[in-house]
Design a protein around this ligand. Structure first.
Ligand SMILES: C[S@@+](CC[C@H](N)C(=O)[O-])C[C@H]1O[C@@H](n2cnc3c(N)ncnc32)[C@H](O)[C@@H]1O
Length: 403
């Protein structure tokens, strides 16, 4: 397992230059910062190339690919991730969005839902806010057009946090109802009324100020990545950049329970699947790598003969070798035919601290590092990651990239 290991040392200035309002619009645990896919896409592809993101999360890669004028296919097993990603790959005309919101406002007045349908949520939302949320939920749950998906995604982004629809809560991961009840008992605080439509409109205005990709379009899929061969043609993809699920870290279902509820999806079912079949939440390395190998095989087949894939793989174990998991991942990629160019190491800092609860990290003494596995299929004469990463001068801001 002796891969060349290199350090990634792009600076904070590069991070800042890449940040757009739409890029960070949605709360989602374990998202990578937008500059990661942006840098990789710039380094490995040219305009018009097709980028595949098999684990799209909140759609970070999808958005960056579109902003850089690449084509993109972005997939995730989670319906929450799919809704977020869809809003990026099919960003609607905002005039249509605000028109639909007017309609919803009228429906809230004329035919509101009954907040008593969901009494347990009364500790999270004021009854009038809950009435508004429930009406929007009822009206949009089975609508999959671009405008409805976008409004669903934006509403999901304000379901919890500070000064949004809920009682004050963390933004990235919602408290569960038991913790919330305990908090209320302790503080005596009750959910204040929050005007849903007003907050929704303000959020949309704020979040679409920069980086809004309309009218560029991509494709969002909601598959188990093992099945992507059913949806995508073989040898049609120019580049993959992704961060696969962490091995023992995240129940993505539970960590998005309120969003899953909003779109009528079962987070329990999702977590069962990822735990038992995928192994990504149980920490079972055998299951995890078996599944990841299957997925890598599928991705290998989808890539064009001369294409690259960059996998950003996190470590969360108390391993002496902080790159143990990325190295094992690379080993499994080799098994399906990839050639590993190098593994680049990057320490997680502020970004990760925001997305995970800090206490857990400190208690267990976990050192978070991600390894960028740069793999290729075949032996193309292409740019190397090093070109894109080390030479920050070579990078352009997204504003510059949007023509
Ligand atoms: C580390 S996150 C990716 C985050 C993403 N890079 C972002 O910036 O938002 C991993 C994602 O893999 C998804 N996932 C887990 N198992 C999957 C599977 N078998 N097929 C497709 N997606 C899966 C999870 O739902 C989660 O969104």
């Amino acid at each position: 397992m002796d891969y060349p290991v290199k350090e990634i040392n792009y600076g904070k200035d590069v991070e800042k230059r890449y940040r757009t309002a739409f890029g960070t619009a949605y709360p989602y645990a374990a998202s990578f910062p937008p500059e990661i896919p942006a840098i990789a896409i710039k380094a490995f592809t040219k305009e018009g190339d097709v980028v595949l993101e098999p684990f799209s999360g909140r759609g970070t890669t999808a958005l960056e690919a579109l902003l850089l004028d690449r084509k993109v296919v972005a997939n995730d097993l989670s319906k929450v991730a799919f809704t977020y990603t869809h809003s990026r790959t099919n960003a609607p005309n905002l005039r249509d969005v605000f028109e639909k919101i007017r309609e919803l406002e009228t429906t809230i007045k004329e035919n509101p839902a009954d907040p008593k349908e969901w009494p347990v949520l009364a500790i999270m939302y004021h009854k009038d806010t809950l009435k508004e949320i429930l009406t929007i939920r009822r009206e949009l749950m089975y609508k999959y057009d671009a405008v409805s998906m976008f409004i669903k995604a934006m509403t999901m982004s304000i379901l919890h946090g500070k000064k949004v629809l809920s009682i004050d809560m963390p933004r990235h991961i919602p408290l569960n109802l038991t913790s919330l009840a305990r908090k209320i008992k302790r503080t005596g605080e009750l959910p204040p009324y929050r005007p849903t439509i007003e907050i929704l409109e303000k959020t949309i205005n704020d979040k679409t100020k920069s980086g809004y990709p309309y009218p560029k379009k991509g494709i969002a899929l909601n598959y188990d990545a093992r099945k992507l061969g059913e949806a995508i043609e073989k040898e049609s993809i120019d580049f993959v950049v992704t961060s696969p699920p962490y091995i023992d870290l995240m129940r993505y279902g539970e960590k998005t329970w309120i969003q899953q509820w909003f779109i009528g999806s079962s987070y329990v079912e999702y977590d069962e699947k990822t735990t038992e079949e995928i192994g990504s939440t149980s920490g079972n390395e055998e299951i995890y790598f078996k599944t990841m190998r299957e997925i890598c095989q599928v991705i290998y087949d989808l890539l064009k003969p001369d294409a690259y894939a960059v996998f950003i793989v996190g470590s969360s174990k108390k391993d002496e070798d902080i790159l143990r998991i990325p190295k094992l991942f690379a080993k499994n990629m080799e098994k399906v035919g990839f050639k590993i160019d190098a593994i680049y190491a990057r320490k997680f800092d502020s970004q990760f601290r925001r997305t995970l609860d800090k206490d857990k990290r400190d208690d267990e003494g976990i050192q978070y590092t991600d390894g960028w596995i740069v793999a290729k299929k075949g032996d193309p004469e292409k740019r190397t990651l090093e070109d894109g990463l080390i030479d920050a001068e070579d990078t352009i801001s997204l504003e510059e990239a949007i023509v």
